[in-house]
Design a protein around this ligand. Structure first.
Ligand code: ITT
Length: 208
């Protein structure tokens, strides 16, 4: 089976990707197996730039087909924040450049900061968009990008303990539940990542 290195250290993402690609004839690895890959500084202003960077580094170091996932939550009322800085939104150092490197903030801290920023904002202005960009990079230099989104509303308080990251405060009006209150299978059916992975599944046979 062809090895595919997922250029992530995020366990939640990896679990969703593994599940979605379970029927593909590939053997999935992740960066936790390749300690020689140091921190990949996400210094692009775009999800596309960061996803490509992660996948290119993973492909270069391992010599295998690699998949990068750069994702985040875009809240139009907050001018698009947290956006590409979603993982580090609550980090204390204020300059956005400093926040691109180093460890992510905890999900709890990120959620608290976002709920605080959205305090007293009425429901019609609480819309939010999850964005996922997948970058597939081959050792031959071939590259493919896939972008998918999922729309929801920022809840007033966290609910549920499934998923990861902002899921407890990402409310899906169509289900009347947060993303943390649904199963992994359901999340993969309708989430930004699940939708991007559906597209990936269609094209991956051409890259094996
Ligand atoms: P890697 O770079 O190692 O893949 P990361 O968590 O740093 O892990 P990103 O830079 O792409 O990944 O940041 C994505 C952040 O956006 C993630 O940490 C969450 O805070 C948020 N996020 C993305 N997808 C999400 C999802 O499906 N559910 C909840 N939060 C999500």
């Amino acid at each position: 089976m062809t090895p595919l290195v997922i250029a992530t250290r995020n366990k939640g993402k990896l679990e969703e990707i593994r599940k979605a690609l379970a029927s593909c004839p590939i053997k999935i690895h992740s960066l936790t197996e390749f300690q020689e890959v140091g921190e990949i500084v996400e210094d692009s202003q775009t999800f596309e730039g960061n996803a490509l960077k992660k996948a290119r580094v993973a492909c270069q170091v391992t010599g295998s087909l690699a998949l990068g996932d750069d994702s985040g939550l875009v809240v139009p009322t907050l001018g698009g924040e947290p956006g590409v800085l979603s993982a580090r939104y609550a980090r204390l150092d204020s300059s956005s450049l400093a926040r691109r490197a180093g460890p992510a903030a905890t999900a709890d801290d990120n959620n608290k900061k976002l709920l605080d920023a959205m305090k007293r904002i009425p429901v019609e202005k609480r819309g939010a968009i999850y964005v996922c960009v997948l970058a597939l990079v081959l050792p031959t230099g071939k590259e493919r990008l896939i972008r998918a989104t999922c729309e929801g509303v920022i809840a007033e308080e966290p609910k549920g303990d499934g998923g990861f990251g902002y899921d407890p405060i990402f409310f899906l009006p169509i289900l009347q539940k947060t993303m943390a209150q649904i199963s992994l299978e359901e999340k993969n059916r309708l989430s930004h990542r699940g939708r991007a992975l559906e597209e990936l599944k269609k094209i991956i046979p051409y890259f094996l």
